[in-house]
Write a protein that binds this ligand. Structure first.
Ligand SMILES: Nc1nc2c(c(=O)[nH]1)N[C@H]1C(S)=C(S)[C@@H](COP(=O)(O)OP(=O)(O)OC[C@H]3O[C@@H](n4cnc5c(N)ncnc54)[C@H](O)[C@@H]3O)O[C@H]1N2
Ligand code: MOO
Length: 400
């Protein structure tokens, strides 16, 4: 039996980030930027007005002065009207400041106030003197041309995408989302809405995995259910085009454990037991084509736990994320619970600001699938620890 950390290290050593691709920035939310994005120009691009008002020569804009309005500069205008002594130019927010102006007087600081009018007035009276360079947003004040707007490795959210657009780019290079093929194996599995006959159960692992893969920032490229039949599994595997393959079921020592029978020894795929409860039987390795394959045990809670401990960090690494792990916090057990001391216990739990307790009344069962619905975290209880007593500090891996 190997430890959780040993199995994880083997997986992470085998999963390099995927090659970067060029694509539209607008389609890249949540992806990792592969190359620095450099500003094509200073931001702001040119000196522009921060207010609707009048561009003036400040020396003339004393309280009570009447200034003749000689031009109108809306946003988007390419005009640079001259401003002579005793003159002003009406200007809107974002419009280029005329070269002759050295301050903006907001509408509010004139006798006419903010009343909206289509045509510029003939003259205004200044009611408040502007400060030096008042309301002029200087070119390059935010950043200089050639500077890095967003650095490689950044996870792209709305703020980063807006900075990229302002820097003058629509197409960027990003780490692509891994495409994940999901295969559930088991002759007992039927559609969730079907009517189970004796021995049959609703198939839930592929639902769990599809949602978990998407939440991890990866993409589901196929979902297949296969009976415990080597020929059927082989033909599904032969038809896949995926970056990662995740199988559930048939990973243990049963007579019909088809995944192990088909994949053990293919490429670098090895089956092993990991010192964790649940999730003990695990298979992992690369196919001859270099595609990572995860063979997870079939029990639903084992699938949930195995995904969090092994598959999710690998998917995040393949997608170029530096931060591949869920946050961990410490909480006090609000009740005690039993555990087996030879494996790390990874238990679906409910937690609050101070305490943590098992999500299921039945304890640490890998078949207690309904308990997952209440859980929002996993408690990690090291192998060396005996039963958990009320008040014990517990490491909690938060899933939200
Ligand atoms: N003699 C031994 N038996 C078992 C051992 C062992 O060490 N010696 N290990 C046990 C442990 S621990 C686990 S975990 C399971 C793992 O077995 P498999 O990976 O072969 O999984 P299956 O037998 O195919 O299924 C287990 C369980 O989960 C249900 N299942 C499977 N797939 C789905 C699905 N897609 N949706 C919902 N439920 C699913 C399946 O019906 C079984 O009840 O082996 C133990 N046995
Ligand atoms: O490892 Mo199994 O997942 O304990 O039930």
């Amino acid at each position: 039996m190997i430890t959780v950390d040993e199995h994880r290290a083997r997986i992470l050593a085998a999963t390099e980030p995927l090659a970067a691709i060029g694509q539209l920035a607008i389609d890249s939310t949540g992806l990792v930027l592969a190359d620095d994005v450099v500003n094509r120009w200073p931001v702001p691009l040119f000196d522009n007005s921060g207010m609707d008002g009048y561009a003036v020569r400040r020396a003339d804009a004393t309280v009570g002065a009447t200034l003749r309005v000689v031009a109108d500069v809306p946003a988007g205008s390419a005009e640079d009207p001259p401003i002579g002594p005793g003159e002003a130019v009406r200007i809107m927010t974002g419009a280029p400041v005329p070269s002759d102006a050295n301050a903006i007087v907001p509408l509010e600081h004139t006798d006419l106030g903010t009343q909206v009018r289509a045509d510029a007035p003939e003259a205004i009276v200044i009611t408040e003197r502007p400060r030096k360079a008042a309301h002029i947003r200087r070119a390059g004040e935010d950043t200089a041309a050639g500077s890095v707007a967003v650095a490689a490795g950044t996870v792209l959210g709305p703020w980063q995408l807006s900075a990229i657009a302002s820097a003058g780019h629509e197409i960027i290079r990003v780490q692509r989302k891994p495409r994940v093929a999901i295969i559930s194996t088991g002759s007992e599995l039927i559609d969730p809405s079907g009517s189970p006959e004796r021995g049959q159960i609703p198939e839930s692992n592929s639902i769990l995995l599809s949602a978990a893969v998407q939440q991890a920032g990866a993409q589901v490229c196929s979902v297949t259910r296969v009976p415990d039949d080597e020929h059927a599994l082989n033909s599904v595997l032969a038809g896949l085009d995926a970056d990662v393959i995740v199988l559930t079921g048939g990973a243990s020592v049963g007579a019909f454990d088809v995944v192990k029978a088909v994949l053990d020894g293919v490429g670098s795929i090895e089956f092993t037991t990991v010192a964790m409860q649940p999730g003990k039987p695990q298979g992992f390795g690369l196919t001859d084509d270099g595609v990572p394959v995860f063979c997870l045990p079939g029990n639903p809670v084992s699938v949930a736990v195995s995904f969090e401990m092994f598959v999710r960090p690998a998917l995040r690494q393949l997608a170029g994320h530096h931060d591949i792990d869920r946050p961990r916090i410490t909480r006090r057990a609000s009740v005690g619970w039993r555990r087996r001391s030879d494996r790390m216990q990874i238990l679906p739990v409910v937690y609050d600001d101070e305490t943590v307790r098992p999500a299921s009344r039945g304890g640490s069962g890998s078949h207690l699938v309904t308990s997952l619905a209440d859980a929002s975290a996993l408690a990690l209880v090291p192998a060396a620890v005996d039963d958990v007593a009320e008040g014990d500090p517990i490491t909690v891996m938060v899933l939200e």
